[in-house]
Structure formats: structure tokens, C-alpha cells
Design a protein around this ligand. Structure first.
Ligand code: SF4
Length: 291
């Protein structure tokens, strides 16, 4: 198997076979994201090459691969025909596959439209990881996400209607101190309309080489402290009315919340209240990681 550039995958794909179909990100402008700031430029690999890697993986791992993830930013931006072809081929080569997943930002999902999304679902694509980041249009514009709340709602609904699973990511604290309330409230509104299968929380941590780190250094962005992040989660969760599975499955988070919203909402809020009692110095270091 051949790989190019950073190979980035969410923790939920830790046990998945990783086959690279694209490299880089066709957007590459989000101010908080460091992944492809030093390249490579977005490119789509040739379908025969991708198939060679799938066959090689079968040689190495045998036929009992259950989950497959095509990493790199926005593999959904591949031509629908090509993505369908590699999904179908993967299912032939690995007959026990239960899940095939890609990353897809809302603007690229939206470009596909409902018909292409249905075709992808029929070809065996089963889950899309999409960075909502925020439902607040002011924040989305500031972080240069390249989409807005309306487009995110429409794209998200289309994925669900096509019969695929949707995993949406919210970045806690990405609105800074001045947008923490609208960020939580507008994100809840968007998520309530989509009701994705999964809502996954990440807490904003500034990364080396990103425009948002510069904004922070220039005092143009004020980061939330641990208690403020916890208040933001409480506001978000209080205003979520769907039954998505909530997961804070990431090292950046101050608290571990895991479960279905309907059943666990009260417990989540109790857990947050208990965490609020703790001194801020007992949480993880404010700045973590190196990139
Ligand atoms: S769309 Fe995703 S990979 Fe691309 S710049 Fe934004 S966060 Fe990074």
C-alpha cells in the first residue's frame, strides 16, 4: 500500500483498513487546521492504482477486513463514478466488509446532490465524517470553513436520506469568548435539523502553522478556559433535542461523554456540573500537542 502526505483518521477508524484514494484537501483554508498546510496539494489517485492497493491489502490482511476508511481531507470530492467503483471493488475483495467511510465537508457533499449520494450508498459507502465545526454563520465565516449553516443542514439531510450514516464534528471553543453562546445555540439548531447518527466533540487547541494561532498571538481571538468550555457543552447539550449518539472521543476534550442523547442527557449534564466543581488546574494542559 502506498501513502502520501499526512494520513489522518478519526479515533473511530482506529481498527479500519486505510487505503488512500486522495491526498491533501481541496479546500485547505480552515484557519484552525494544520493537516495539509505544508501540502500535499489535493490530488485524486488513479482508480487502477487504488485497486492495486486494495488487492495488496487483501494479500496482507486476508479477506476478513470489516471496516475500511479512505483517509485524507474530503475524499467525497472524488468523481462519483470513481468513488462508487472503488467502493464496489472493495466489497468484492473483502466480502465481510461492514463499513466504508470517507471524510466529507458539507460543501463537497452538497456538490454531489441527493442523486449521487444515493448512488454512493448503493455502491457500498456507508458513513461520512463531516466537520460541522459550528452552526454559527459568523464563526463559520471567521474560520473560513467554506460553507454556511443552511448548506450544512441540506447536505447533512441528504446524506441521512440517502441511507448513509453521518458523523458530525463540533469544535468546542472555536467561537472564542465572544461567540461561545451563539456557537453553542446555533450548532444545536443545525444538529437538531439534521439529527446525525453521531455528534463528536473536539475541543479547540491552537496548532502550529495555522492562521488561528496567529490570531490568538495577536489577541484577535480569546480562547476559552476549561470551565468556559464545560459551560459551552452544557448549553449545547441542553439545546439538543435529537437522539444522536454523543461522543467526546478525542484527546483534546476536558470531559468524557459517551451515549445516546435521549437516554443520557441528564447524566451528561450531571457529569458536566461535577466537572465544573473541579479546579481548572486539574484539567489537561491548556496547550497540548506539537502540530
Ligand atoms: S476541510 Fe478539513 S482537512 Fe480541509 S482544511 Fe478544513 S478542516 Fe482541514
Amino acid at each position: 500500500m502506498r501513502y502520501e502526505g499526512p494520513i489522518y483518521r478519526p479515533p473511530s477508524e482506529a481498527n479500519s483498513l486505510l487505503i488512500q484514494a486522495t491526498a491533501g484537501c481541496p479546500h485547505n483554508k480552515c484557519t484552525f487546521c494544520m493537516i495539509y498546510k505544508n501540502g500535499p496539494q489535493f490530488k485524486i489517485r488513479k482508480t487502477p492504482e487504488i485497486k492495486e492497493d486494495i488487492l495488496e491489502a487483501r494479500e496482507v490482511y486476508g479477506e476478513h477486513v470489516r471496516t475500511l476508511f479512505f483517509p485524507a481531507g474530503n475524499t467525497i470530492a472524488m468523481k462519483t463514478d470513481d468513488l462508487c467503483e472503488i467502493c464496489r471493488f472493495s466489497r468484492e475483495v473483502f466480502p465481510h466488509l461492514e463499513r466504508i467511510t470517507v471524510y466529507g465537508s458539507s460543501q463537497f457533499i452538497h456538490k454531489k446532490g441527493p442523486e449521487d449520494l444515493r448512488r454512493l450508498a448503493q455502491a457500498g459507502l456507508t458513513r461520512i465524517h463531516a466537520g460541522l465545526e459550528s452552526g454559527d454563520d459568523v464563526v463559520l465565516k471567521r474560520i473560513r470553513k467554506g460553507t454556511d449553516s443552511l448548506q450544512q443542514i441540506q447536505a447533512g439531510k441528504w446524506v441521512m436520506e440517502a441511507g448513509m450514516e453521518l458523523s458530525m464534528y463540533v469544535i468546542l471553543g472555536i467561537g472564542g469568548k465572544d461567540r461561545t453562546r451563539p456557537h453553542a445555540l446555533e450548532s444545536a439548531k443545525v444538529l437538531n435539523q439534521i439529527e446525525p447518527d453521531f455528534i463528536r466533540l473536539r475541543t479547540f487547541v491552537p496548532k502550529v502553522g495555522t492562521p488561528l494561532l496567529k490570531e490568538l498571538q495577536n489577541n484577535e481571538f480569546q480562547m476559552l478556559g476549561p470551565h468556559e468550555v464545560l459551560e459551552e457543552i452544557a448549553l449545547l447539550i441542553t439545546n439538543l433535542h435529537g437522539d444522536s449518539y454523543l461522543a467526546s472521543d478525542h484527546y483534546t476534550n476536558y470531559i468524557n461523554l459517551e451515549g445516546k442523547l435521549h437516554k443520557e442527557k441528564t447524566r451528561f449534564l450531571e457529569q458536566i456540573n461535577a466537572a465544573m466543581e473541579k479546579d481548572e488546574s486539574s484539567f489537561r494542559a491548556f496547550f497540548i500537542g506539537t502540530a
